[in-house]
Design a binder for this molecule. Structure first.
Ligand code: PLP
Length: 409
């Protein structure tokens, strides 16, 4: 069976923002690890909601409230089947990956952690998957320790195994590193953690936009991600958790929606998922995420993933030909992220000169300061590719880089 080529030009037409010039040149958007662009389907779903259905959810006794609630809860079903959650009420809406991790840290962590307990996070985690654990560890007398990462940006599984003992209560690890692109062996990491009696939270922020994720086959206890890195809107994220864990966890915030009944004698809490969803949620954002899921389900995701890998390989080959360029993150299994430094040039200066040529890349420590410290660098230039990027755009990236080099060196 022949594999049909992925039709990138057709896909690009779905993303209006890509059809513009920036600083006099056609936009080359290579900052997809920071946030992805939104297809018309998502923009239209949000606009339709505000134009026709805007109402608060769940409590209303009128048609608009019913429509808003149906769309809102319909999106939950879409997301549940998108990640293959066992049941829809294991999908909890949050503001994003960051809030989802903070929710688990504050709820599960404060209930469960005690003096002497240990939490392991990889050395390449985003700050969002370090700091919430440090905060709860400090409050409970637990410690947070780093799982070593080698110079290629690969988790040292032997060192990880040696760190595991009966005091490790949780392992929190990224599915894909935003700074390096490394794809971590989360199935193996989870299996080993479970053997040692620890739970596992996987930060899927950088994975969900690249390939289908199946939380049941990963086996992890919690999986978190942000809608805006999945072609959906900002302000919405997902916490998936195993049901028995979520049932046993106390609420994260108090307020409307998360209660069953309130009195001054005592308050009882709502069932899942509402127990964790205090206050009016980002209804339009959730509906937009549902539209993003529909969009992805309707596209050739295997073709998209192959296209992204081809872009990465092409870019990595081109990078080899640039004198003074060092790729940061050379793991054998990588998502489409090319992080690099150029001898004698500050990443921020390079970023500015690239922007002047219409190329959007990110520069800095990418909220992953510990791994930058390990490499002994303040930050990198990061080009992160999505399925709507083209080989011509990779050529433009490297042409712009050469031009910037001439200016800076
Ligand atoms: N984790 C990883 C791996 C990320 O790349 C990011 C964002 O860049 C986050 C967590 C935080 O996501 P958000 O800011 O959407 O909460």
């Amino acid at each position: 069976m022949s594999i049909e080529a992925f039709d990138v030009e057709k896909v690009r037409k779905d993303f209006p923002i890509l059809q513009q010039t920036v600083n006099g040149a056609p936009l080359v958007y290579l900052d997809n690890a920071a946030t992805t662009q939104k297809p018309n389907a998502v923009i239209d779903a949000i606009s339709h909601y505000y134009r026709h259905d805007n109402s608060n959810v769940h409590r209303g006794a009128h048609t608009l409230a019913d429509r808003a609630t149906a769309a809102f809860e319909g999106a939950r079903q879409k997301v549940a089947s998108f990640i293959n959650a066992q049941t829809t009420d294991q999908v909890i809406w949050t503001r994003g990956t960051t809030e989802a991790i903070n929710l688990v840290a504050a709820s599960w962590g404060r209930q469960q952690l005690k003096q002497g307990d240990r939490i392991l996070v990889s050395a390449m985690e985003h700050h969002s998957n370090i700091v919430p654990w440090q905060m709860v560890a400090q409050a409970c007398g637990a410690t947070v320790e780093a799982i070593p990462v080698d110079s290629s940006g690969t988790i040292d599984l032997k060192a990880y195994t040696e760190l595991l003992d009966e005091h490790v209560r949780l392992v929190a690890v990224g599915h894909v590193s935003n700074a390096l692109g490394s794809v971590n062996p989360v199935i193996e990491i989870t299996r080993l953690a479970h053997e040692a009696g620890a739970l596992v939270l996987v930060d899927g922020a950088q994975a969900v936009g690249h390939w289908p994720v199946d939380v049941q086959s990963l086996g992890c206890d919690f999986y978190v991600f942000s809608a805006h890195k999945l072609f959906g809107p900002t302000g919405v994220g997902v916490l998936y958790g195993k049901r028995d864990l979520l049932e046993a966890m106390p609420p994260y915030q108090g307020g409307g929606e998360m209660i069953e009944s309130v009195s001054f004698k005592g308050t009882t809490y709502n069932k899942l998922p509402y127990k964790f969803e205090a206050g009016t949620p980002d209804i339009a954002g959730v509906i937009g995420l549902g539209a993003a899921v529909d969009y992805l389900n309707a596209m050739d995701r295997a073709g998209a993933a192959r296209h992204e890998q081809a872009l990465l390989e092409y870019a990595q080959k081109k990078a080899q030909g640039v004198s003074g360029l060092r790729v940061i993150g050379t793991a054998s299994h990588k998502a489409s992220v090319l992080s690099f430094v150029l001898d004698g040039v500050h990443p921020a200066d390079l970023g500015t000169l690239m922007d002047q040529q219409g190329i959007a890349v990110r520069t800095g420590n990418h909220c992953a300061q510990p791994i930058m410290d390990q490499y002994g660098i303040p930050g990198t230039v990061r080009a992160s590719f999505s399925f709507y990027n083209t080989f011509e755009e990779v050529d433009r990236l490297f042409a712009a880089l050469e031009k910037a080099k001439q200016f800076l060196m």
